[in-house]
Design a protein around this ligand. Structure first.
Ligand SMILES: *Cc1c(COP(=O)(O)O)cnc(C)c1O
Length: 397
């Protein structure tokens, strides 16, 4: 039988579970202590978890489904998306090792590299976000143990040639860890392209409802899997049964939500890029955008996240635009059902290699609202932006 499509597999994993009369969904089992029938079987993990930290049914079912989605032998759950990035780094790096990553890496990941790891003798070399494959590889030196990839990158959406990088890293003994949150484990299977560890923030699209924090770490190689398991065990990290249950519920409808949001995001992006106030839209699925060619080659979908580079403007005009919107919430994170807007120019200050943008950078997350309503809302935002530009022209500071 041919491989079933992802949307079928994610649902079939529920209907195929178990035998006899049963609920579609696993029960929520809140447990620290698990009881055994007799003293001899207390240490036997075959009939199920020995202790709550091992995870109860929803967590186990979620792990199996995520491993299946990523084409992994194992998927582990950790308490946040950030922990999904930090766990493999803690597991694989030793003092004296080095990491190579993009200057446009997710902010809290950068903080972990420059604060926690640096203090423990593990240095990071940052490459410019738009580096070529050759330039990234040239940064990998004798002590480089891990290449950390996030593609598209945070805020500016550059895409690296991941298959070329992983192939080269394999010959040099450099492990690759990829933050695959943007693809939600759905639009790209990094392990199939030779990545050693694929991680994602379940918080975003899998959860899908802005109501929980979780991360997943997917691996193929059993030695890497063991190192990651040991780190999770040693740290005592755990996800709650309720959160695992909610994440599993989100996972069933992931492909529908993800693909619908992408369709809307394309409509909004096409509209935005012809507005006179907008310089360009950073959105790899959009023809002509940064990253579009590699996106078309490697990805089967994308997150509904748009970088909007305005023509000029300042903090006041960005804030005026945001305040004029009714449907876009002002909030961090993304992947939920709701549309969001953030002002990102201040975040770019952390970069070593500043991107050359002619104006303010906003980020939109397109949710599941009707895109026509979102465009009408954005029209009001642009009007507020224009009004401020005009009054600045009339009364220059
Ligand atoms: C949000 C995000 C994370 C972290 O997820 P949390 O659950 O919020 O810790 C990691 N990587 C990327 C690319 C993200 O967007």
């Amino acid at each position: 039988m041919p491989r079933l499509s992802d949307r079928t597999r994610l649902i079939a994993s529920a209907t195929r579970r178990g035998e006899g009369r049963r609920p579609v969904n696993p029960p929520i089992e809140r447990a620290s202590t698990m009881l055994s029938d007799d003293p001899a079987s207390m240490q036997d993990a075959t009939p199920g978890p020995i202790y709550g930290l091992d995870g109860t049914s929803a967590a186990r079912e979620l792990r199996t489904a995520l491993a299946d989605l990523e084409g992994a032998s194992e998927a582990f759950l950790v308490p946040s998306g950030l922990a999904a990035v930090t766990v493999p780094l803690l597991a694989l790096l030793r003092p004296g090792d080095e990491v190579v990553t993009s200057d446009a890496i997710y902010g809290p990941t950068r903080r972990f590299l420059t604060r926690h790891l640096a203090a423990r003798g593990i240095a990071t070399r940052f490459h410019p976000a738009d580096s070529s494959t050759a330039d990234i590889l040239a940064l990998c030196a004798e002590r480089t143990r891990v290449l950390l990839i996030e593609s598209p990158s945070s805020l500016t959406f550059e895409i690296v040639d991941m298959p070329a990088l992983t192939a080269a890293c394999r010959t040099r003994g450099v492990l690759t860890v990829m933050d695959n949150t943007w693809a939600a484990g759905l639009a790209l299977r990094p392990l199939e392209h030779g990545v050693d560890v694929s991680v994602q923030a379940i918080t975003k699209y899998v959860a899908g409802h802005s109501d929980l924090l979780m991360g997943a770490v997917a691996v193929q190689d059993c030695e890497v899997a063991r190192a990651i398991l040991h780190t999770i065990e040693d740290m005592g990290w755990h996800v709650s049964p309720d959160d695992a249950w909610l994440a599993l519920r989100g996972l069933r409808t992931l492909p529908l939500r993800y693909n619908e949001a992408l369709k809307s995001a394309l409509l909004v992006a096409e509209w935005l890029q012809i507005q006179p106030e907008v310089e360009r839209v950073l959105f790899p699925p959009l023809p002509g955008s940064v990253g579009h060619d590699l996106w078309r080659r490697d990805y089967s979908g994308g997150a509904a996240l748009l970088g909007v580079v305005m023509k000029g403007g300042d903090k006041a005009s960005a804030h005026a635009l945001m305040s004029a919107l009714d449907l876009f919430g002002m909030g961090y994170s993304w992947g939920g059902f709701e549309s969001l807007i953030t002002h990102e120019t201040p975040q770019l200050a952390h970069r070593l290699y500043k991107p050359d943008l002619p104006g303010q950078l906003l980020r939109l997350h397109i949710g599941l609202e009707d895109p026509a309503d979102l465009i009408a809302d954005l029209e009001n935002g642009l009007e507020a932006w224009r009004a401020l530009q005009d009054s600045n022209l009339q009364h220059p500071a």
